[in-house]
Design a protein around this ligand. Structure first.
Ligand code: GDP
Length: 359
């Protein structure tokens, strides 16, 4: 009963999140039910079906769109004999891979201890039956399986140490200064998951290598050179994506992880104009950027996926409200040249150079 789920494609965001975490989706299963089952969230027949499909595809992990209780996760794992991740765990896993500052890492670790740890414990009883594990350690970053034996009290103590450390970091306002190259103009991509950030990233940075090897090791190399032509080059970074209906317990770690956006000199706010919630999403993006202190640099609005909409109301309204916005298609490459021009304008001081003939 997710208010923001796309009724035509209820799994679109989850698919993007899974890809971001490095998973290859081999199958998708939907369940319609009045009310979740208390025992395993999904109905008994559905869990059986899931187990069969897992065997068929030799899948290594099941990712659920909803958040489940530790025992519900444990019960699905018992039947399906693979690791099960719920939505919050998947999101936390992405944050863990992307957290760059000291504070972000601490925030994510704290959230993982609070959220993931009880779920790992639920899995402990039948862990022996689970072979292999998730690809690229999905769901195993941060406080991983090797910590399973840690006594509850130690976890509690660790949590309070983390909280104190975060507090003192915040109090001192010391943020790790990004090792950024001041020779380069840096551009950050921000926006919701599924807006098309990585597609745009790949399109403009000629990122075939990125797309091909994205599966595993390269999650951290998300900054690439973007050649604008005429010898102009900027550094483009993809930031952690906004998530629809972000669970409250993940807000702090999300904001800390996004904080690298603060260090860009220009922000490209990517919006999926085919998403019925895009106007609200734009407001949220702007509010969150304000709240993490990303207020110094200009924001350029990118209205993506125009190939999917036929001058819909959202697109027209947004263009009216934001005359500088660039409508384009990251997938087809349409109007990318306009984006390049706009970025070049910002690179050269935000003004168009006029040659005055004073003679
Ligand atoms: P991210 O989560 O913001 O990085 O989004 P992705 O780049 O992974 O894109 C999410 C989905 O939208 C993918 O299925 C893309 O193929 C698709 N997509 C991205 N840009 C466009 C576009 O311009 N047009 C269309 N039709 N689809 C797009």
């Amino acid at each position: 009963p997710d208010t923001e789920v796309n009724p035509h494609d209820p799994l679109d965001e989850l698919r993007s999140l899974a890809a971001t975490a490095g998973a290859v989706v081999v199958d998708e299963v939907l369940q319609k039910r009045q009310k979740p089952s208390a025992k395993s969230f999904l109905g008994k027949g559905k869990v059986q079906e899931l187990a069969e499909r897992v065997k068929l595809h030799q899948a290594q992990v099941i990712i659920l769109e909803n958040d489940l209780s530790p025992s519900q996760i444990g019960n699905i794992e018992k039947v399906c004999e693979v690791k099960v991740l719920d939505r919050s765990e998947l999101i936390l896993d992405i944050f863990a891979a992307r957290a760059q500052t000291h504070e972000a890492r601490l925030q994510v670790e704290l959230a993982q201890l609070e959220y993931t740890y009880p779920r790992l414990r639920a899995m402990w009883t039948h862990l022996e039956r689970i072979v292999g594990g998730a690809p690229a350690g999905i769901g195993t970053r941060g406080p991983g399986e090797q910590q399973l034996e840690i006594d509850r009290r130690i976890v509690q103590r660790k949590k309070s140490i983390l909280k104190k450390e975060i507090e003192s970091l915040q109090a001192r306002k010391t943020r790790e200064v990004e090792a950024r190259n001041t020779d380069h103009f840096t551009v950050g991509l921000v926006g919701y998951t599924n807006a098309g950030k990585s597609t745009l990233f790949n399109t403009v940075t000629d990122g075939e290598a990125y797309a091909a090897d994205q599966l595993f090791a390269t999650l951290s190399t998300r900054t690439r050179e973007w050649k604008l032509g005429n010898g102009d080059t900027v550094m483009l970074s993809d930031t952690v994506g906004f998530v629809r209906n972000l669970p409250h317990h993940l807000v702090a770690s999300f904001k800390a992880t996004l904080e690298e956006a603060v260090h860009s000199q220009l922000l490209l706010v990517v919006l999926d104009v085919s998403d019925p919630h895009c106007q609200r999403q734009l407001r949220t993006v702007n509010e969150v950027l304000d709240s993490i202190g990303a207020t110094e640099q200009p924001r350029l609005l990118v209205l993506n996926k125009i190939d999917k909409v036929d001058h819909n109301v959202d697109l027209l309204l947004l263009q009216k409200e934001y005359p500088d916005a660039i409508p384009l298609s990251a997938a087809t490459g349409r109007h990318i040249d306009q984006l390049v021009e706009a970025v070049r304008g910002h690179l050269h001081g935000g003004t168009v150079t006029l040659t005055l003939n004073l003679a």
